[in-house]
Design a protein around this ligand. Sequence first.
Ligand code: SAJ
Length: 420
Amino acid sequence: MSFTTISVIGLGYIGLPTAAAFASRQCQVIGVDVNQHAVDTINRGEIHIVEPDLDIVVKTAVDNGFLRAVTSPVAADAYLIAVPTPFKGSHEPDLIHVKAAAESIAPVLKKGALVVLESTSPVGTTEQMADWLAALRPDLSFPKQAGEHADINIAYCPERVLPGQVMVELIKNDRVIGGMTATCSARACELYNIFLEGECVVTNSRTAEMCKLTENSFRDVNIAFANELSLICANNGINVWELISLANRHPRVNILQPGPGVGGHCIAVDPWFIVAQSPEHARLIQTAREVNDGKPLWVIEQVKAAIADCLSETDRRASEVTLACFGLSFKPNIDDLRESPAMNIAVTLADWHSGKTLTVEPNIHVLPKKLAANSELVSVEQALQQADVLVLLVDHNEFKAIKSEQITQSWIVDTKGVWC
Ligand code: SAJ
């Protein structure tokens, strides 16, 4: 095997599971992260993120000596870069972490090494990364200059795992491999085939970069279509969930589900990379982003209207009305509150409402700081007993299990179609 030691740069939601997958196949894996806390946690055989089944794979790998974490890179046969690519300013991609990763591995790169970029990236980033490495290591040859005979092989291979199912999808999903040369692709295939049960499908680096952006933009555009329908249906007195289930009976129609907006770190970000590079052509993709980003504001207006209705029908003051928000995470049955539209809606409502605000989130034990001052974390039962107005923001299993006779409230804003 041409890969004895594998280094994974960035030990987050993608890097750590990937490092653990290689280590579980008895490769020597060195994980690198600038976060000392993450490094210490992993070296104890524990994990600093939440992902089903990851803990046991990491523990076994560390206990058996196949995985260790460090804060700065050491020499390896292959490097996988899985660092964040956020956006900055007006939605332009920020490659600062990719650049820092390239700069950190450059001094330890040795002839024959393979460098794979996994981070979601705008088209051309892999070539840019190769240029950064080439500038720092003039003693080595790179694919752009030396083609198939380069000392260093470089490829792009996007991750496409679904949070919550990472340990299964990492192994089973097909991988798109975009090598800078045929040799680069072949070596990247050899690397992933160490643990992959899915297929490696080869293309060039630019197409592979665009493929990742396309997958998430496809989902965003389709969710935007569902969210737009939900606004149109609300105006016309139509239940959008019934409408979608009817339309989806057509053999060539498959509409996704509306919700309070699109959250997470991928689908709400990646389409902007296409827009930033092709603003004049990416009109549908940009509009979809705007539709999805606008949905939380519409939900907030719906809740304000429900409270106004409650006040006029019960002759009470706003301070006497109790509001309950069900769900904070960015999607069902997880505890991840980052980039969550549900969380933003709950915070805005708790700040705005002069009465009592309750929050139900079965996946957490303490409310985040920005909500703790204005809201109280309660159980499903307490919320159903005390609240006048119910707002369903996430379709957690616990909320789906509530029976219709348990709900006595007249004012309900249900963004996921669970109770209506
Ligand atoms: N959502 C809806 N309606 C739907 C489906 C999703 O409103 O019908 C919302 C969710 O509630 C959530 C957001 O969209 O707020 C994103 O959730 P998701 O489950 O669609 O996707 P992520 O962000 O967890 O993971 C996506 C996946 N991409 C695709 O399915 C094309 C995953 O495979 C990628 O690896 C991941 O992005 C990534 O890292 O890029």
